[in-house]
Design a protein around this ligand. Structure first.
Ligand code: PLP
Length: 367
C-alpha cells in the first residue's frame, strides 16, 4: 500500500537525541533556542517561540490576541478539530466562515460578511488546507478594517510561500506543527511565530507558568508572575529531532512539489477528478494533495484496491456536537467536505509510485 503519510526522520536525529539524553539536561535548553533561531532563519522572521504542539501555539495566540470567555472567533470549519477546540479551550465560540469549494480555504468575502454582521468577534482564525495558502493578504485587509488580529493555523504550511515570502510573515500570529507526520517533525512540537519581540517575550512567559526562565536558575521561587501561564514549552529532546529534520526540509518539499506538479499536469483534462488551479504567486508545501471527485467513497475504495491509501484527512467541524450552538448555512463547506479526497504526494512517493497513482486515478476517471 502506498501510504498517505509517512514519518520523515533524519539519520542524524538519533545521534543528536542521544547527546541530549546523556547530557544531564533534557528540558527546555540551548537546543530549543537553536531550533527557534533556525526556524526564524528559514522562514525569514526571527520572532519564534517553540512549544510542545501546534495546539498549544493556537491557544497561546488566542490568549495573546485577547480572546476571553464568551468572545467569538471567526474561523473555518474545514480543518483539524485542534484549530477550533483551541477556541473552546479559551471559553470562546467559533463564528463560522465559508470556504472555497476547490481549495477548502477561507473566503475573504464570507469573512467580510461575518465580521460586518456579528459583534463580539475578537480574532480571525484561518488555515492553509494541505499547505495551499489561503488568501492571507485579503484576510488581513478585512480583519484590519475591523481592528482585529489574524491567527494563521499553519500546521500544514511549513515552507509554503506567497510571492516568495514564507508563511510566518503575513499576520499577527502563525502557528506551526512539528507533530509526527508533518513536513518537519520533532516527534511532537509546534511554533508560534509573531511580529515583534514584545509578543515573543509574553509568549515565552505564558508557555511556562508565567515564569521567566532567563532571570535565574533557582527554581524561580522569588518570582511573582502577574498572569497565569501554561506548561507548553518544547524540550531539548524534541528540538534535537527538529533541528536534524529541518536541515533536510528542502529535499522533503522538493519531492512533494514535483509530485504535485506531475499530478496537476495529469489531472488537467479529467472530468471526474479535479485539482484546484492555483495562481503562479503561490508555492504550497504540498503536505496534502487534494482532489475534488464525483464520488469520494467510491474513489477511496477504488484507490485502496489499487494499493493507494487516500483519505479526507479532516472533515467539517461545525456539525460536531461540541459546536452544536453555532451552526449556520455554509454552501462552500458542504461542497468541499462532500467532494474532497487527499492522495499521497510526500517525499516517500517514488516516480514509479506516482505513475501507478495516476494510472489508478485514470481507471476511476474512465469508469
Ligand atoms: C490544521 C491543523 N491544526 C492543528 C493541528 C494540531 O497540531 P499538533 O498535533 O501539533 O497540536 C493539526 C494536526 O494535525 C492540524 O492538521
Amino acid at each position: 500500500m502506498i501510504a498517505l503519510f509517512k514519518v520523515f526522520m533524519s539519520k542524524y536525529a538519533s545521534l543528536r537525541v542521544s547527546n541530549v539524553l546523556s547530557s544531564g539536561y533534557i528540558g527546555e535548553g540551548p537546543l530549543v533556542k537553536e531550533f527557534e533561531e533556525a526556524i526564524g532563519r528559514y522562514i525569514g522572521n526571527p520572532h519564534v517561540v517553540c512549544v510542545n504542539s501546534c495546539t498549544s501555539a493556537l491557544i497561546l495566540a488566542l490568549r495573546i490576541a485577547g480572546v476571553r470567555v464568551g468572545d467569538f472567533v471567526a474561523t473555518t470549519p474545514m480543518t483539524c478539530l485542534a484549530t477550533n477546540e483551541a477556541i473552546l479551550a479559551l471559553g470562546a465560540h467559533p463564528m463560522w466562515v465559508d470556504v472555497c469549494t476547490q481549495t477548502g480555504n477561507m473566503l475573504p468575502d464570507s469573512l467580510s460578511t461575518v465580521l460586518r454582521t456579528t459583534s463580539g468577534i475578537k480574532a480571525v482564525m484561518c488555515m492553509h488546507w494541505g499547505g495551499v495558502p489561503c488568501d492571507v493578504l485579503k484576510i488581513n485587509d478585512v480583519a484590519r478594517m475591523h481592528g482585529i488580529p489574524v491567527i494563521e493555523d499553519a500546521a500544514h504550511a511549513f515552507g509554503t510561500e506567497i510571492d516568495h515570502t514564507k508563511i510566518g510573515n503575513h499576520s499577527d500570529f502563525a502557528c506551526f506543527s512539528f507533530q509526527a507526520i508533518k513536513t518537519v517533525t520533532c516527534g511532537d512540537g509546534g511554533a508560534l511565530v509573531v511580529k515583534n519581540m514584545a509578543v515573543v517575550k509574553r509568549a515565552r512567559l505564558l508557555r511556562w507558568f508565567g515564569l521567566d526562565r532567563e532571570l535565574s536558575t533557582d527554581m524561580r521561587c522569588h518570582q511573582d508572575p502577574p498572569e497565569f501561564g501554561y506548561k507548553m514549552h518544547m524540550n531539548d529532546i524534541s528540538a534535537a529531532i527538529g533541528l536534524s529534520n529541518l536541515k533536510l526540509v528542502g529535499g522533503i518539499l522538493k519531492t512533494a512539489r514535483e509530485n504535485a506538479q506531475y499530478y496537476d499536469d495529469a489531472f488537467e483534462n479529467m472530468l471526474n477528478v479535479r485539482a484546484a488551479h492555483l495562481p503562479d504567486s503561490v508555492r504550497p508545501s504540498r503536505w496534502l494533495y487534494t482532489v475534488i471527485v464525483s464520488d469520494p467513497a467510491e474513489f477511496i475504495t477504488h484507490m485502496r484496491n489499487c494499493g493507494v491509501a487516500c483519505s479526507k484527512v479532516h472533515d467539517r467541524n461545525d456539525t460536531k456536537t461540541m459546536f452544536a450552538g453555532s451552526r449556520c448555512n455554509l454552501p462552500g463547506v458542504t461542497s468541499f467536505d462532500k467532494d474532497h479526497v487527499c492522495i499521497p504526494t510526500g517525499w516517500w512517493v517514488t516516480k514509479e509510485q506516482r505513475d501507478h497513482i495516476i494510472s489508478s486515478v485514470k481507471e476511476y476517471e474512465d469508469g
